[in-house]
Design a protein around this ligand. Structure first.
Ligand SMILES: *Cc1c(COP(=O)(O)O)cnc(C)c1O
Length: 248
């Protein structure tokens, strides 16, 4: 069996190759290594291999793991659905929140950040698949949301995040990524402070190369490095059946 370091290197190579296909430098795409359900000691192997950016879907697990790995120079991205009453707790470990999907969450985060005298990079989550099980704003609602976000001094919108449809149909998946890119392009042109919103977080173990071809600047990959998870995906994305296994 290959090691975590070997698989990580393999993913980095595939990222670099996909970036080259889309006419970009290898370092134009950042890998956020998703560590949910993975115990801290295995995450440490990835850190020893040079991985810096880590992602967690749930606040409690992220907080606990970040505490276990407090000695490591890493950055944590919150990538999962956030309850408003977890705003304070997520700020104990997250360096960035990719799953900002509604005004009430912005209000809760802003209030807590003000109290702490800090600010935070955020990505706006967009539902590009139209699936009811996916969180995120509709593409149509995004421009209005960005205007409202201007009033939140502690939140720094840096771009957008999405989960594509879970389907083997590459055209459907690609259309989701294209939709997010269109939302981004429009925001960069029209939104207040739009030039700062270039980030496109899209693509997971099964579809990150497609996402990079469509312009991803951040990919979120877990099981392709750590192996299949013991938990069903319904635990993270309500309404999703079984596990969203990466293509071999
Ligand atoms: C789990 C998760 C990922 C990574 O999924 P893999 O298929 O294991 O790569 C990406 N994004 C989010 C929001 C996740 O919860």
């Amino acid at each position: 069996m290959s090691s975590i370091a070997d698989r990580l290197a393999g993913i980095q190579t595939r990222i670099a190759e996909a970036a080259a296909r889309s006419g970009r430098a290898p370092d134009a795409v950042k890998l956020v290594l998703v560590t949910k359900t993975v115990e801290a000691e295995r995450v440490r192997e990835a850190i020893r291999a040079g991985q810096v950016d880590l992602g967690e879907n749930k606040v409690q697990e992220g907080r606990a793991k970040a505490a276990e790995l407090a000695d490591a120079a890493v950055r944590w991205s919150m990538i999962g659905h956030l309850q408003t009453n977890k705003a304070k707790e997520v700020l104990t470990f997250a360096d960035e929140i990719q799953s900002l999907d509604r005004l009430s969450l912005a209000v809760a985060l802003e209030k807590e950040l003000q109290k702490q005298g800090r600010s935070m990079d955020v990505l706006v989550q967009v539902n590009t698949s139209g699936e009811a099980s996916k969180f995120g704003l509709t593409p149509q609602a995004t421009a209005g949301f960005l205007k409202e976000l201007k009033a939140f001094d502690s939140l720094r919108p840096r771009g957008f995040m999405t989960l594509a449809a879970f389907t083997p149909d590459a055209d459907v998946v690609r259309a989701c990524f294209q939709r997010l890119r269109e939302v981004r392009d429009r925001a960069v042109q029209d939104a207040p402070g739009g030039a700062q919103m270039q980030a496109l977080s899209m693509g997971m173990s099964g579809d990150f190369e497609l996402a990079i071809e469509e312009g991803a600047t951040i990919v979120r990959v877990g099981s392709a490095v750590f192996g299949a998870r013991p938990t069903s995906d319904a635990h993270y994305w309500p309404g999703v059946a079984g596990t969203h296994a990466p293509k071999p």
